[in-house]
Design a protein around this ligand. Sequence first.
Ligand code: 5AD
Ligand code: SF4
Length: 453
Amino acid sequence: MPTTFTIKTYGCQMNERDSEALACLLEMHGFQEVHQEAEADVMIFNTCSVRDQAERKVLGKVGLMKRLKRERPDLVLGIIGCMAQRRGESLLQELPHLDFVAGTDQLQNVPRLVEECLARKGRPCAVEMGPGVFRELDGHRPGRLIAEVSVMRGCDQFCTYCIVPFCRGREKSRPIPDIVEEARMLAETGTKELLLLGQNITAYGVSEARARGEYTPEYSAFAELLEALQEVPGIQRIRFTSPHVRFMNRRFVEAVSSLSKVCPSFHVPLQSGSDRILKLMHRNYTAAEYLDRIQALRERLPQATFSTDIIVGFCSETEEEFEMTHEMMRKVGYDMAYIFRYSQREGTQAAKTLPDDVPDDVKHRRNQILLEELARHVKAANAAAVGTLAQVLVEGPSPRNPRRWCGRSLTNKMVLFSPDPALTPGTLADFRIVHATENALYGEPARTTPPCA
Ligand code: 5AD
Ligand code: SF4
C-alpha cells in the first residue's frame, strides 16, 4: 500500500501552483494523493503569511490536529510555504505534534523530509533559501484546460507593508526556453490557456538583466517571454498576474496589446489612490502614473477590463486620502477587486516605523464602501454587456450549478450557458450575452449565418 498524502493550500495562486507541483513530485516518489484528510498518512499545510488572519487560520487548523495525532501517532504533519519560511523552528516549538517544516525554497526536498519523518528520524526544519528550485517543480496535473505556470519567484520591491520579500526571498526568473518547454508540454496534454504567475511579474528577468549590466527602463524581458509563448502551438490564451506599474513600460504595453493570445484583462494592483500613502507604501508610482498606464492600455485595447488589489486603513490614512482611493476606483471602473484592511506584519518596514493607527471600525467602514462601489460598477458593466458577443473558452459544468455550463470570456467574465453537445470543454466559441447579473453573464451560442452559395 503506498503512503497517502493530502495538501491543504492557503493564500495566493502561487501557493496553489506550488501545491500542484509538490503533489506531482510526491507521486514521483511513490506517494499517493487522497482528498479525504481521514485517509491521509501525511498531511501538509501550504501556508500564507500576507495577513495576520491567514496565519491564525492555519495555526487554528493545525492546533486542532493535536487530538487526531494522539489517536494516530503515525500521522505525519508538515507546514510548508510562507509561514514556514517566516517562523521556521519556532513552529516546531509552538506545535509539539508538528513533524516537519519546509520553507518556500525547500519544496524539492519535501519528499525526503517526509521519508525522514516516516522513519522517525527526528523533526526536520528546512528553511534555507537557495538558487534555482524550478527544475524539480515543473510537474502538472495532466489535462488541465487552464494551467498555471510559475515564471519567477520572490520579490525585490519591498513595499513597506509586505511580508512577501521576507517569505519568498529575492527575485529569480526562469529562462525563457524552460518556460516555453513547459508550455509546449502543457499544450500537448490539452492545455489551452496559460496563467503566468509571479509576485512581481513585470520584473521578470530584471534582476538577471541588472546583473549582466543590460537593464534599461525600456527593457522588458517579460515582453520577450510573452512573444515566445505566443508561438506555442495549441495555447490559445495567455493571462498573467501580477504586474507592477513601475515596469509597465512602452515595450510591455506594445507587447500585451499586439499579441493576439494575450487576453485583454489585466490585474494591476493599485493599493492606494493617494500619492502620500503610495509613497509611505514605497510603491514607486503616483496615482497619475497609474492612470496613465491604464489609459495607455485602454487606448490600444478599448475592450480591456481591469482588476486590482487595494489596502484600506494603511498607517495614517486620512478620510480624504481614502476618498482618493475611492475616486480612483470610479475612474478606472474595476471589474474585480481584492480589498484588504491593513494588517501589520512583524519585520516589515511599516511595522518598524509607522504606527498601525487607523481604528478597526474605520478600516471596516472603508472596506465596505469600496466593496459597494465595486458591486455598483460590476453590475452596470455586466448589464451593458447584454446584446454583445463574447468569445468563451468552454470549461464544463458550472461548479455552482452543474445543470449550466461555464467558461470565461476574453475579458475574464464568467459566462454561463445551457449544455450543448457541440460545445465540448476546450472549445472556443462565440456567445451572445442575453442576460447579466453581478456575478456572471448568461449567453447563447452565436450562430453565424453560413455564406450564400
Ligand atoms: N495588509 C493588508 N493587505 C496586504 N497585502 C499585502 N500585504 C498586506 C498587509 N500587510 C495585500 C496587497 C497585495 C495583496 C496580495 O495582499 O494588496 O497586493
Ligand atoms: Fe501569501 Fe504572499 Fe506567500 Fe502568496 S506569496 S502565500 S500571498 S504571503
